[in-house]
Design a protein around this ligand. Structure first.
Ligand code: ADP
Ligand code: ZN
Length: 212
């Protein structure tokens, strides 16, 4: 089963995927996470990608496709996967359609005010990738990851200047993908923080299981 999670930065794609993947037993593939891993390991690809990412711009399609292909070839993807952060422009959407039959496309919907509030309060664990929010989902000990005890950080692209750039790029390059997909898109509201993520996860599982 191939599922696409679509939506603006901060719409809850990663949080919801971490819930849904356990229920479905398929991996969550975030192109953002794959690219950050390359940056961390200072690979050639990571060095090329870093400057785009820090500015909040899109990384060139061929680089993203390369990390994605490598990941999808791994055996744990044989029964499918949840794609988060790909496609991010119409060209990528076409590439994906040429390669796979997508079963579900979920689009997460929330207001711009809420997006900015979430991104600026987001902190992540650089070691295990856990995601926190200082307001709606703070760690038990301030500044420390609940799961592994590492000091939390703010992503370079979650700083105000880069947030503005990411939203601009989302509107200009990513949103047109919704038009391309047309009525294949299922809209899911994630307006109200972590409760919304839990509710959205339940709703998605019901749709996939044919219960609604
Ligand atoms: P977000 O929180 O904005 O959804 P991600 O973790 O998905 O962030 O992505 C972080 C950055 O990685 C993006 O701003 C972009 O530079 C790069 N990136 C991730 N996925 C793609 C993609 N499909 N195409 C181009 N760039 C990407
Ligand atoms: Zn951690």
């Amino acid at each position: 089963m191939i599922i696409v999670f679509f939506g603006p930065p901060g719409s809850g794609k990663g949080t919801i995927a971490s819930i849904v993947k356990k229920e479905l037993g398929i991996p969550h593939i975030s192109t953002g996470d794959l690219l950050r891993e390359e940056v961390k390991n200072k690979t050639d690809l990571g060095i090329k990608a870093k400057s785009y990412m820090d500015r909040g711009e899109l990384v060139p399609d061929d680089l993203v496709l390369e990390v994605l292909k490598r990941r999808i070839e791994k055996p744990d993807c044989k029964n499918g996967f949840i794609l988060d952060g790909y496609p991010r422009n119409v060209e990528q959407a076409k590439t994906l359609d040429r390669t796979f039959k997508i079963d579900y496309i979920f689009n997460f919907v929330l207001s711009e005010d809420e997006i900015i509030r979430r991104l600026s309060n987001r902190r992540i664990c650089p070691k295990c990738g856990a995601i926190y929010n200082l307001i709606s989902m703070p760690p038990k000990t301030p500044g420390i990851c609940d799961q592994c005890g590492t000091a939390l950080i703010q992503r370079e692209d979650d700083k105000p200047e880069a947030i503005r750039e990411r939203l601009k790029i989302y509107k200009e390059q990513t949103e047109p993908v919704l038009e391309y997909y047309g009525d294949r898109v299922i809209n899911i509201s994630t307006e109200n923080g972590f409760t919304a993520s839990k509710r959205a996860s339940k709703q998605i599982l019901k749709i996939i299981r044919g219960e609604i």
